[in-house]
Design a protein around this ligand. Sequence first.
Ligand SMILES: [Zn+2]
Length: 133
Amino acid sequence: MECVVETDTCGLGGGAVVARGIGFTYQALDADYCRFLIYRWLHPDGVKCPNCGADGSPYSVRLNAGMRAMCLCGKWYSAVSGTWLSGCKLDPRKVYMLAFLVREGFSDSRIAEITDMDRSTVWAWRKKLENRS
Ligand SMILES: [Zn+2]
């Protein structure tokens, strides 16, 4: 198979090489790794029980897989419980891409194209990202 790589002739790339004909889809990303990156971002010091603050590392396999675990205090929780992503059903690859593209300054309309979401949904996610706690 031939790999077609052309030199940017429009002048925008200053001689950068562009690969024509190849598209990007968030589905090319690894969902488990995106989830891992999001959880690390949410919990730089590790997941803790939102009820009693106990270390969640004994349940890391379940938590890192997006599953819930029961703390010794009796509270069921997941890695997103008590965070701004609590209740989020969005594909972790999309959450990761949204956060990355917002951080990089992409417009809502461009992010909507890349992630295959409505522009209004992207706008709502931008607000969530800006107001996250
Ligand atoms: Zn607990």
